[in-house]
Design a protein around this ligand. Structure first.
Ligand SMILES: O=C(O)CCC(=O)C(=O)O
Length: 261
């Protein structure tokens, strides 16, 4: 999947891109079936009184689903990462990010490099819609161009303890009125610059879930600023890394058969 000059311009100017029909229907069916099997096993049904984390996130979904693993390691979004980051790419995160019907919790303003600052700051987040997503069922909102502000210091609102406890971050920002809703069809993917300000509303639909497959890609040499510049461990997907731990990481998963779905 090759980005054209208009898409590259909007990436530069807006800090995000919406790519249509990236996860095609037949593969999406497997991704969804294996993801739901894992979600039900680990999480169960949505519970009103459970924590944000319990209701929203299932990390390392590629460990549970061979179809997700294939898409994460070798799907079209890896080619997008090569074009936006460079020739050396590792996977930095894979998770399910769900707002099932009934989950009206909001997700506050943040930059993805605020939750886990990686350096160099050119990681991308990819959010593949597994359902149609609109304002009613909790689509994302983003502030076009906000990535140009760079890394915003959140030390006073988000401590190391907050991070360790995986607490949600909610930055207070001046220009919230400039935000635009990002609606998607199932199979579309939203690509976010790691400095783009974004948030989401709750899912107010009675009968529609909002399920997203979230995958983050980084430069293969990216390090964790919040962890004494230790290399971010993630599977090397393209090119080379100067870190042996990265070169070796999860290489056994390349056969795509080791999922436990
Ligand atoms: O799940 C959501 O609604 C927001 C997800 C998000 O912003 C993120 O994972 O960075």
């Amino acid at each position: 999947m090759k980005l054209d000059s208009q898409q590259l311009d909007s990436w530069t100017n807006d800090g995000y891109l919406i790519l249509r029909n990236v996860l095609q229907k037949d593969v999406r069916k497997d991704v969804l079936a294996e993801s739901m099997q894992a979600w039900r096993k680990v999480k169960g049904e949505f519970q009103d009184d459970a924590s944000w984390l319990q209701n929203a996130l299932l990390p390392n979904i590629h460990h549970h689903s061979p179809a997700v693993c294939r898409y994460y390691f070798d799907g079209p979004l890896v080619q997008i990462a090569e074009q936006l980051i460079g020739p050396n790419i590792k996977g930095a995160t894979s998770q399910l990010t769900f707002k099932l019907r009934g989950n009206t919790q909001t997700f506050g303003w943040h930059q993805d490099n605020g939750y886990g600052e990686l350096h160099p700051a050119n990681a991308i987040s990819t959010l593949t819609a597994l359902d149609n997503v609109d304002q009613n069922n909790g689509c994302l909102w983003a502030i076009p161009g906000s990535h140009m502000e760079g890394q915003i210091d959140i030390a006073d609102v988000y401590s190391a303890e907050d991070k360790a406890a995986d607490r949600p971050l909610d930055m207070s920002i001046q220009n919230a009125s400039e935000a635009v809703p990002i609606t998607m069809q199932a199979g579309d993917a939203l690509i976010l610059h790691c400095h783009l300000l974004h948030r989401s509303e709750g899912n107010h639909s009675r009968d529609r879930d909002r399920r997203i497959l979230f995958m983050r890609y980084a430069d293969a040499d990216a390090v964790e600023r919040y962890n004494d510049d230790a290399p971010r461990l993630g599977p090397l997907l393209r090119g080379i890394s100067r870190f042996n731990q990265v070169t070796d990481f999860e290489q056994e998963l390349w056969n795509f058969d080791s999922g436990q779905a």
